[in-house]
Design a protein around this ligand. Structure first.
Ligand SMILES: *Cc1c(COP(=O)(O)O)cnc(C)c1O
Length: 388
């Protein structure tokens, strides 16, 4: 059976070159990067090279602004808690959005329990925040704006340049979760008034369990992992040398291969056209243009995303729902709910997130498989019959 992987926003397949680059650091160069002997020195050098590659991909002013972590989740936690602790004397107010990844949302919620104040900005039907609402939310107690660069569920790209300008004007730090944007969109943090940024290795064809927090030089932040003087005193713990090398190589290749994103976007649009011309009562989620080039989120009205995913899986196609299925209860996606989607559409959303391995043949396969599945499920759906 053909296998088609369309869940690249969940994780990507590590590139062959990345694995090759990592292997020596598991086998022969196993020294501690802090050791000064011949086992440690090459490990240190490899970490420094990886830092340069990541700085290049992000458009950072200096590699010293790149700190390696265990992933996007840790970077989000670090940015938010670290800034709040550093600026306690100034205030305790955070501004974020209702559509963030749970790494940001749950960090904010836990700080709220400790007494901090959090404003959750709403979004319009395309998933975009309102810049005037952001401006109005800022008070003299606001210490951090944390707004994602691009959303993982439906792909909408937030106006990060404008957000950065507002943050700069008001003297408030701006953190962006760019886990989905990095490698897919051109960015240069040094020109964007971004003070902190999170990224992850496994979303850019690198290894899992390794990520980055970009901290602009001079940004006040309190380390959250204490121990030795690793990562310029900002993040303690013996470095994950092989993981960092892999992330560095993935970053180097992501920058080199960025033009491939245009091909992926064309494939995605081809897939949507094929779906839209063969299936009725569908709804495209997210912004029609301001959207990640690889992400297609479609609601199949009156259906449940889970049953579509399971049926696709039986045909070798891996996609995902916009909604999280928690312990048997079907909770609608917080993102689609925040966008004010009609309830008949929130349950039936499917996210197809493409990647560099996908081909036109993959799209044709999905376009052939999907319509009969939808037809069959709708024939069994009492809701669909009533709604019609
Ligand atoms: C995947 C993801 C994360 C978490 O990154 P991990 O490296 O898996 O911890 C955070 N934010 C967004 C937007 C993501 O897509």
């Amino acid at each position: 059976m053909r296998k088609v992987y369309l869940d690249n926003n969940a994780t990507t397949r590590m590139r062959e070159e990345v694995l090759e680059a990592m292997l020596p650091y598991y086998k022969d160069i196993y020294g501690n990067a802090s050791s000064i002997h011949s086992f440690g020195r090459p490990a240190r050098k490899a970490i420094d090279e990886a830092r340069v590659h990541v700085a290049g991909l992000l458009g950072a002013a200096s590699p010293e602004e790149i700190i390696f972590t265990s992933g996007g989740t840790e970077s989000d936690n670090f940015a938010i808690k670290g800034v709040l602790r550093a600026l306690k004397a100034k205030g305790d107010h955070i501004i974020t959005t209702a559509i963030e990844h749970h790494a940001v949302l749950n960090t904010c919620k836990s700080l709220e329990k400790e007494g901090c104040k959090v404003t959750y900005l709403g979004v319009d039907k395309y998933g975009l925040i309102d810049l005037e609402e952001l401006r109005r939310a800022i008070t003299d107690k606001t210490v951090l704006i944390t707004i994602m660069y691009a959303n993982n569920e439906m792909g909408t790209i937030e106006p990060v340049v404008e957000i950065g300008n507002i943050a700069k004007e008001k003297g408030v730090y701006f953190h962006t979760d760019a886990v989905q944007a990095v490698g897919k969109l051109d960015l240069a943090v040094k020109d964007m008034h971004i003070d902190l940024l999170s990224m992850s290795g496994h979303k850019i064809y690198g290894p899992k369990g390794v990520g980055v927090i970009y901290i602009k030089r001079g940004t006040k932040i309190v380390p959250q992992l204490l121990g030795g003087h690793h990562e310029m005193g900002k993040r303690a713990g013996t470095e994950n040398v092989a993981g960092i090398v892999g992330l560095g190589e993935a970053a180097r290749l992501a920058k080199r291969d960025m033009p491939d994103e245009d091909r992926i976007k064309d494939l995605r649009d081809y897939l949507y056209k094929g779906i839209a011309s063969n299936i009725e009562d569908i709804h495209l989620n997210g912004h029609p243009e301001k959207r990640l080039p690889n992400t297609l989120n479609v609601s199949f009205t009156y259906l449940e995303g889970e049953s579509i995913i399971l049926n696709l899986d039986m045909e070798g196609i891996a996609a995902s729902t916009g909604s999280a299925c928690t312990s048997g209860t079907l909770e609608p996606s917080h993102v689609l709910t925040a966008m004010g989607l009609d309830p008949v559409n929130t349950q039936g959303s499917v996210r197809f997130s493409l990647g560099r391995d996908n081909t036109k043949e993959d799209m044709d396969y999905v376009i052939g498989i999907l319509p009969p599945i939808i037809k069959r499920l709708r024939a069994m759906s009492p809701l669909y019959e009533k709604g019609k």
